[in-house]
Write a protein that binds this ligand. Structure first.
Ligand code: 5AD
Length: 436
């Protein structure tokens, strides 16, 4: 992001560098040739994207030090407030106590936390998650940009507004040049260091075309590129990795096989195999599920969290389902997910994966607004996305209704940065996983 700051490499081993940021240690994959101990580097999305000459690094760091210290102090102030006691259920208090002592939550305990309807319980749970985030992850926040380059999709997932049978939707495709330009601009003028290129499953963009797009972007600017393009063959993903893609965003959507099959045209196993294959290929995987789906039980949600943890992604990217009126699921009446429950899901994710990077999805922001997003950042979340899809296409990428952001890009970026900094977060993202 605009505020990326250089860190000093203090160790390099097996393709990974340990980087020091004002005394905080982070780990990142070394994507740049010849990263050595003593170098100053910029890292994003878990990948070193650029080395910075010593002189320039020194200048940036001295101008940042004061802000960095101020943000850190603010985070500590917010995360060390007195925990709520009044009205908290005894067993919830005991569970949180155990988590803070380093114990692993049982599935029953997770379910209990998920299902409590007592708002004091929710307060304590989210407080605990925020405290753990602050202790284990510090105040760094990851801000990725996302470019939705095509809303054409050959699938028909029951929840998704861009599924092929939605005949009311105007379809668009960005040209190769438009995609490259958008990415280049995002990096050069807005300072993004990590971009997600997303589309429906659209065979128009052949693997050769995507290779060309990735390679051209990487030639023009230093950036971490993640793909969110759905299922492609292993060989295709391998070729895209070789072209320079490093991240892959692919959710498993739900861990309940029956529910998965009811919503998709292929089985869950296929999706999980792809996710695991992507990991094996070296992709930094972002994954997770949808929560609040009709037919999904609380047990399913707990299983989803545990499955995400088992996959050990670079980033947890689960988010709420928002009914879309043009879809099968949009027509079925369902109980709306409450903000408190959504916050407990985020918090539980933090409680079971202390060092994880946890995304507050754009769907979360849409559903619960600014206040919801602010509370999510104080409930274990530590990562955000900014939609960079050029106007007028952004409004057409309607996986859920009203998805396109109304505000112009500059304002949207400022909103995210201001929100993060008000809460003492440093949008200076480094690695997604803290160094052990
Ligand atoms: N509400 C929320 N998220 C949705 N997605 C698709 N449709 C919806 C919806 N109605 C999510 C899916 C997919 C991602 C790209 O968008 O989880 O993986």
């Amino acid at each position: 992001m605009c505020y990326s700051i250089p860190g000093k490499v203090i160790a390099v081993k097996a393709g990974r560098a340990i980087i020091d940021y004002f005394g905080e240690k982070r780990e990142a994959h070394t994507d740049t040739e010849g990263v050595e101990v003593g170098d100053f580097v910029l890292a994003q999305g878990g990948v070193v994207v650029e080395t910075v000459p010593d002189g320039a690094a020194g200048e940036i760091l001295s101008s940042w030090q004061e802000t960095f210290e101020r943000l850190k102090a603010r985070d500590l102030e917010l995360s060390n407030v007195k925990p709520p006691k009044e009205g908290v259920s005894e067993d919830i208090a005991a569970i949180m106590e155990r988590v803070l002592e380093g114990e692993t939550l049982t599935k029953d305990e997770m379910l209990r936390v998920l299902q409590t309807e007592n708002s004091s319980d929710t307060q304590l749970v989210t407080f605990t998650a925020n405290l753990i985030r602050s202790k284990e992850q510090g105040n760094s926040a990851c801000v990725h940009g996302i470019i939705e380059f095509s809303n054409n999709c050959s699938l028909d997932c029951a929840y998704c507004g861009i599924g092929k049978s939605n005949i009311d939707l105007t379809r668009y495709r960005l040209s190769t040049e438009e995609i490259i330009k958008s990415a280049e601009q995002a990096v050069k003028t807005k300072g993004f260091k990590a971009l997600v290129l997303q589309s429906g499953e659209d065979a128009y963009y052949t693997t050769d075309k995507l290779k060309e797009i990735i390679a051209s972007i990487k030639k023009r600017v230093k950036v971490m590129i993640a793909l969110s393009i759905g299922d492609r063959g292993i060989d295709d993903y391998k070729a895209l990795y070789e072209a320079g893609a490093r991240g892959a965003l692919m959710r498993f959507e739900t861990s309940n096989e029956g529910l998965y099959s009811a919503l998709h045209s292929s089985p869950l196993k296929e999706r999980l195999d792809t996710i695991n294959a992507l990991k094996d290929m070296g992709y930094l995987v972002m994954t997770g599920s949808l929560f609040g789906l009709p037919g999904q039980s609380d047990e399913d949600i707990v299983d989803d969290m545990l499955l995400t943890k088992e996959i050990a992604p670079e980033m947890f990217s689960s988010g709420p389902f928002i009914p879309h009126p043009s879809t099968e699921l949009g027509k079925s009446g369902m109980e709306a997910l409450t903000l408190n429950k959504a916050l407990r899901i985020l918090a539980l994710t933090r409680l079971i994966d202390k060092k994880g990077s946890i995304l507050i999805t754009t769907a979360f922001e849409k559903l619960f607004g600014v206040e919801g997003t602010r509370r999510a950042l104080l409930s274990g979340g530590n990562s955000m996305m900014v939609n960079l899809t050029p106007y007028p296409y952004s409004a057409l990428y309607s996986i859920y209704p009203g998805k396109g952001s109304a505000s112009e890009l500059g304002k949207r970026i400022e909103f995210v940065i201001t929100l993060l900094m008000e809460l003492g977060r440093s949008p200076s993202e480094i690695s997604v996983r803290g160094a052990e």
